[in-house]
Design a protein around this ligand. Structure first.
Ligand code: 13P
Ligand code: SF4
Length: 348
């Protein structure tokens, strides 16, 4: 990827990207979905990019998939489909357009390519990784298999294609328990998130053994912090992601995937909610739920935040940043992802 100043100059030569109240006015309907969290002055900066991206998307026959952790101007402004990792993996397999722009992190783009290999999958920033995906390789999977012979390997989708290919099945935070329960035998290996594994271990009769990876965003929350917040504000509902420690999960009123969290808040509409996850989650649903006050703190994922409107426009403009997966690895990884989808569907 070129330096961002070169990127900006290249874009300025082709698009009018100067902050504009006229552009902000012309996109009022989109802005209405994030008015509570994005100041109008900021929208005047974003709106020219949103207009340019949405036009270019049609010209390139492209679809933008956005994870729930994208910032509101991406989530509401340019994404065609938003969701958690499971929803995005399923959606990727159904896309008919020529191009998928993955607004999320690299493993999500690989999953889209694995599930729909005939499409061009673009990543606006190749450096958008994930501490979990970086914590294990296929060699790590082989080590776990040697340590626990015969035990099936359930790998979180937050892994590289190579790790998925070396695993028996994948899981996401939305279906980890279902997938583990569907495995044969008494012992199940879960990689690479030790906290997701420990949270599942507390709910299943299987013996769960795990790899020692963690999410740098969710492991920052502590049970003591949450107890202090609840003491300060007994009304607050605490809603956590299962990448948090079991101690944090024990403090929560509800634990679920990013989609599970959004659904829970919509269903229960608590007067105050603290989303123990990435900051954009609350920002993206704040306007849909004016009756809910979202309490801080939240933690930011530095990888997810690498994706910006400017980089999305640049990817679509240049068609650079294509994610490729070795076909043999892709075929094996698809078996693991598809098995997970089949188990989820059967359980639903
Ligand atoms: P979800 O599958 O719940 O969206 O989680 C993905 C992720 O990276 C959370 O940190
Ligand atoms: Fe990875 Fe954690 Fe960021 Fe999700 S929030 S992408 S698990 S580092």
């Amino acid at each position: 990827m070129p330096h961002s100043l070169d990127q900006r100059a290249e874009l300025a030569a082709h698009y009018d990207l100067t902050p504009s109240m006229a552009a902000a006015e012309a996109t009022r309907d989109i802005y209405a979905r994030m008015e509570r969290v994005v100041p109008l002055a900021d929208w005047a900066v974003f709106a020219p990019y949103v207009i340019a991206i949405n036009r270019l998307k049609a010209q390139r026959n492209a679809v933008i998939l956005g994870h729930n952790y994208m910032t509101p101007e991406i989530y509401h402004g340019v994404a065609d489909f938003v969701g958690d990792s499971l929803q995005l993996a399923i959606k990727a397999s159904e896309i008919e357009a020529d191009v998928i722009v993955q607004c999320g992190v690299h493993f999500m783009a690989e999953t889209s390519k694995i599930m729909n290999p005939g499409k061009i999958v673009l990543m606006p920033d190749m450096a958008a990784g994930c501490s979990l995906a970086e914590s294990i390789t296929a060699t790590g999977i082989a080590e776990m298999r040697a340590k626990y012979p015969g035990a099936p390997v359930v790998s979180y989708v937050n892994t590289t294609a190579e790790v998925k290919a070396a695993s028996d099945v994948c899981c996401t935070s939305a279906n980890a328990l279902q997938v583990v329960n569907a495995m044969p035998g008494d012992t199940v290996i879960m990689t690479p998130d030790q906290y997701l594994a420990r949270n599942v271990a507390a709910l299943t009769h299987k013996r769960v053994v795990w790899w020692e990876g963690s999410c740098i965003v969710h492991e920052l929350y502590t049970a003591a912090d949450l107890r202090a917040y609840r003491e300060h504000d007994p009304e607050v509902k605490i809603i956590a992601h299962p990448e948090c420690t079991p101690e944090v999960v024990a403090e929560a009123d509800f634990t679920g995937s990013t989609k599970g969290i959004i659904d829970w808040v919509h269903q229960h509409k608590p007067a105050k909610a603290m989303l123990v996850t990435e900051c954009s989650m609350a920002a993206n649903i704040a306007d849909e739920l004016p009756e809910v006050e979202f309490a801080k703190p939240c933690n930011m994922c530095p990888y997810m935040k690498m994706i910006t409107l400017e980089k999305i426009l640049y990817a679509l403009h240049t068609m650079r940043g294509e994610v490729l997966v070795d076909p043999d690895i892709s075929d094996r990884a698809r078996v693991a992802v598809q098995r997970m989808i089949d188990i989820s569907r059967a359980a639903a």
